[in-house]
Design a binder for this molecule. Structure first.
Ligand SMILES: [Ca+2]
Ligand SMILES: [Ca+2]
Length: 307
């Protein structure tokens, strides 16, 4: 793991999506963080040691999903399935399939496997799965503030984890999407789906894949926007822990009572024409039970405060 010295930084952005605003100062203590997302090789060691079964491998309880069609209640996970054409960019079910039998060992469905993917990030992990791994490893999941501070790599206020240009000198700095999402993936960065961790340059703190490749779970409950900046330096929040669980529920799905956590960093599906979330300030709400082919995680260890 790598040590991230604590500090005060400007969290969020006023220049993109509403949920990233406002920019506000936050202080975090120093902590250790994994240099890459957790890989299939690492997750396999955890499952071999514990017999752990992931959320995607368990048939859901219909009581948790009022209104769900009975024929949609099965063990599976969301797999990105590129369509040949789309009607619009607002209906995501045109490119996401809740695929029976998809899970971390079978990332693209029952006939797929991870034989060649040992060094790729583990995917199809719910928040519960990420937390179970962290606890087994004697670690924790980062808060959103810790994650964003680490992702910025010491470049306070910069647009990207590496500076203010998406592809400085034409160089691809992260595994994202080039072309017209979701029908055309030109793969100029060399990867259509996940990439081996550390295939792209590290940021200023030596961390790989903070941006792109896979979204990463954080420990914080979702909130629709950030708090206002503190009026004085004395009042800057220290080690903030996100919003309230009850307020993280999805207002568009009032019958479903699954709280949502903050995802960070964007993924290989983030594209300039659709989802410009390949930035440290970007954030996304994800229900704790949901797993997909583009969400993974990494862990932290906090310095123990002297008693
Ligand atoms: Ca790519
Ligand atoms: Ca990432």
């Amino acid at each position: 793991m790598l040590w991230i010295p604590g500090g005060t930084f400007r969290m969020g952005s006023n220049d993109h999506y509403a949920e990233e605003a406002p920019v506000h100062r936050v202080t975090v203590d120093g902590f250790w963080i994994d240099p890459t997302p957790v890989t299939n090789r690492q997750f396999k060691a955890f499952v071999n040691a514990t017999g752990y079964v992931t959320t995607a491998q368990i048939v859901p309880n219909p009581k948790d999903y009022p209104g769900a069609l009975p024929n949609m209640i099965y063990a599976g996970s969301l797999v990105f399935t590129p369509p040949s054409r789309v009607k619009n960019l607002s209906e995501w079910d045109q490119w996401w399939t809740f695929m029976k039998g998809a899970n971390w060992r079978r990332p693209y469905g029952p006939k797929s496997n991870i034989k060649e993917l040992d060094d790729h990030p583990v995917v199809h992990v719910s928040y519960h799965d990420a937390l179970a791994y962290a606890q087994w490893a004697g670690k924790e999941l980062p808060t959103e503030a810790e994650w964003e501070f680490a992702a910025r790599g010491g470049l306070d206020g910069a647009e990207f984890a590496w500076g203010n240009e998406l592809t400085p000198g034409g160089r691809h700095m992260a595994n994202i999407w080039q072309g017209n999402f979701p029908t055309q993936n030109t793969c100029e960065d060399g990867h259509a789906r996940t990439s081996p961790v550390a295939a792209f340059p590290p940021n200023g703190y030596g961390l790989h894949d903070m941006i792109g490749n896979v979204w990463e779970w954080t420990a914080d409950w979702w909130s629709n926007k950030h708090d206002a900046d503190a009026p004085k330096a004395c009042c800057v929040p220290q080690n903030p822990r996100g919003g309230a669980e009850a307020e993280s529920l999805d207002p568009c799905q009032p019958d479903v009572r699954i709280p949502r956590k903050v995802l960070k960093g964007g993924s290989h599906l983030c594209a300039p024409n659709y989802c410009r979330r390949y930035r440290p300030a970007a954030r996304h709400a994800e229900p704790v039970d949901t797993s997909t082919s583009h969400v993974g995680f990494r862990c932290v260890v906090r310095a123990k405060t002297a008693v």
